[in-house]
Every structure is written in C-alpha cells, then in structure tokens.
Ligand binder design. Structure first.
Ligand SMILES: *Cc1c(COP(=O)(O)O)cnc(C)c1O
Length: 344
C-alpha cells in the first residue's frame, strides 16, 4: 500500500523511538502530591524558558487556556479575543461553561488586531455592564494559518492593558514556531503577558500536554482549579518525559517544517485553481483557497484522500495543510507533484 501523507495537523505526530525511550525511563511520583520529579523538571524548565516564576503541566491546550481564564476572572466578567481565536472557535464555548464569562471578539486581519481597535470595546465602569477583565492574543495564529503576531503590537497592547488593569493572556500553543521563525527568544515573546499557555503536542511532537505559566500566586490558583477541572494527574512523569524530550530536542527542527511549508505553498501557488496568500505562510501552516476549483473543501479533501494525501479544512472556502516532524521533504515533494497532476 502507498504511504499516506498526513498533513491535516501537527497534532498527528507520534512519539519517536528516542522519545518513547525517555518516557519509558522517566522517574515518576505522585504529581497531585507535587512529587513527580520529571513533571517538576519540565515545569521548571518551561518557566525559565518563558521567564515566568512558575509553570504547571496540564493535559491539553484547551485546559491550559481555560484554567487561565478561570483563575483570572469572576462570573459575569468579559474577555476580549480575536474573532478567529482558538479560545472562541475551538474550545466548545468553555469560557461560558467553565468560567461563566462572556466573550467579545475583536475582528483581526490574519489573526492580528491593533491597539486602536480596543478603546471602543472596553466597557465603562458602570454596574450594569460586564467588566472587561482579560485580553488574549494567539501567537502563532492557528485559524489564520500560522501567522506571527508582531512584537511591537504586543508591546502596545500590553501597555494599553496595564493602564486599565486588564489581564493580558497569551495562547502560545505554537509560540515555539513564532520563536524559531523570528529568532526572538520565547522569553521575549512571553515577557509582556500575565499568563502564557504553550503546547507540547503540536509541532514539538509530544503525545500529550501543555503548560500554563505565570506568577507563583497565579499558578497556585491554577493548581487548585486544575484539580476541580479533573486535570490532577498522578504518575504524569511518563507523559511529561515526552514533553521534556520535545522541548530539549524538537524546537530548533521546527525550521524544517517552516521550509516544507514555504516550498509546498510556493509550488501550489502556481496552480491556477488555487489561491494561496504567500505572505501568510510564516510558519508551518498553509491555507489554500479552493473557490476557483468549483468544488467545496470537503470534496477536495475526499479527492486527495483517495490519492493518499490527508489535509483538513481551514475556513469555509479553504483547505489547511500543516507541516510536522512525521512528514519528510521528499514526501512533500511527492504530494506537490500529485496535487499538481490532479489540478493542472
Ligand atoms: C491546539 C491549540 C490549542 C489547544 O488544543 P488542545 O487540542 O486542547 O491541546 C489552543 N490554542 C491554539 C492556538 C491551538 O492551536
């Protein structure tokens, strides 16, 4: 059988042999008692990478974002996120379920919004209006196709938030990609935020896990809520070892994923039935608008699947392809040839 090229997401990666070895050999303890040495090493490592006092290992990126919202807000508060944000679109309305907060969206361009858009969205201090409690940024931006939020804009947003006592949260599921693509250290990207969430199970290739980072006071609140949310894990060192291995060995190699994405996007932009905004291909994600094919994204997904290439749908009119460590440059070259032959 022909090998399937699965570029639906960077979450499809499986642990490498070396990673599995690290997991099998991990020293473990009961993490609900704070006694898992591998979890503790991972947490210290990530906190220091991000320049925060503390980090807490959690089962997923959704839980990480939602714990931050829970710990930072009270019922009836409002949070501001970009319209295409993961928090707003892909977390099953969790802010309203878990924290009883209202979400107001900011329309962005390629996932990026500017400080000039905010004044009219901030609620005045009147008792019958919700209180604007938190602003979140997503970097890189998933739904916008892996775009990088400019650091100057982050600095402006942070100043704006601080002046108004509004919490500033970063959904940095793929902050690793932003850091490798720009050469700007994780710490610098994280500096202006009160809390930062990072994922180990995307491009880094670990099987499970995210971390939420911030001040010691914030993390002690988050730890309590993690237990409430059902995320207190026991010998979690087994999975933390995969995450630790990923942080130590799979960050620099994200460059290769960015190269594959660039190649894939440039090659397929020559297909006249596709539209690809090459400027948006800044990291490992590619969005291909397929309106000109006269087919829906789902029809094209099926067609490619019949040819052993798996992609996912991006927006209503686009396909999404994501590069990762389980797909080689050769396979991407092969996929490009095949797709070109189907849409010549
Ligand atoms: C993947 C992702 C998350 C978290 O997803 P999980 O599947 O819960 O780990 C959060 N934010 C962004 C931007 C993501 O891409």
């Amino acid at each position: 059988m022909e090998k399937i090229i699965d570029i639906r997401s960077d979450t499809v990666t499986k642990p490498t042999t070396a990673m599995r070895q690290a997991m099998a050999n991990a020293e473990v303890g009961d993490d609900v008692f704070g006694e898992d040495p591998t979890v503790n090493i991972l947490q210290e490592k990530v906190a220091s990478l991000l320049g925060k006092e503390k980090a807490l290992f959690v089962p997923s990126g959704c839980m990480s974002n939602q714990l931050a919202i829970k710990a930072h807000t009270n019922a009836g508060d409002e949070i501001l996120v970009e319209r295409d944000a993961h928090i707003f679109n892909y977390e099953t309305a969790a802010p309203s379920v878990m924290s009883s907060v209202q979400v107001q969206t900011v329309p962005g361009k390629k996932g990026i919004f500017s400080v000039e858009q905010l004044p009219s969205l901030i609620r005045p201090d009147i008792y019958y209006m919700p209180k604007t409690k938190l602003i979140a940024v997503e970097n890189t931006h998933n739904r916008a196709g892996g775009t990088i939020f400019p650091l100057e804009e982050i600095n402006k947003l942070s100043r704006f938030a601080k002046e108004r006592n509004i919490i500033f949260h970063l959904d940095g599921a793929r902050l690793w990609n932003a850091s490798v693509a720009t050469g700007i250290p994780m710490k610098t990207w994280a500096e202006q935020f009160d809390s930062v969430s990072v994922c180990f199970s995307k491009g880094l290739g670990a099987p499970v896990g995210s971390a939420i980072c911030g001040s010691a006071e914030f993390i002690s609140k988050v730890r309590k809520w993690r237990k409430v949310f059902g995320g207190g894990m026991r010998q979690a060192g087994i999975i933390a070892a995969g995450a630790l291995y990923a942080v130590e060995n799979h960050v620099e190699r994200l460059k290769e994923d960015h190269q594959k994405a660039k190649y894939f996007a440039e090659e397929l932009s020559s297909v006249t039935q596709f539209s690809i905004d090459l400027e948006s291909v800044q990291t490992n994600i590619i969005l291909i608008d397929v309106q000109k094919t006269g087919k829906t994204p789902n029809e094209i997904i099926s067609l490619l699947k019949a040819n052993s290439i798996l992609v996912s749908s991006g927006t209503f009119t686009s396909l999404r392809a994501v590069m990762h460590l389980d797909v080689s440059m050769e396979e991407i070259r092969y996929a490009v040839q095949k797709i070109k032959a189907l849409f010549h």
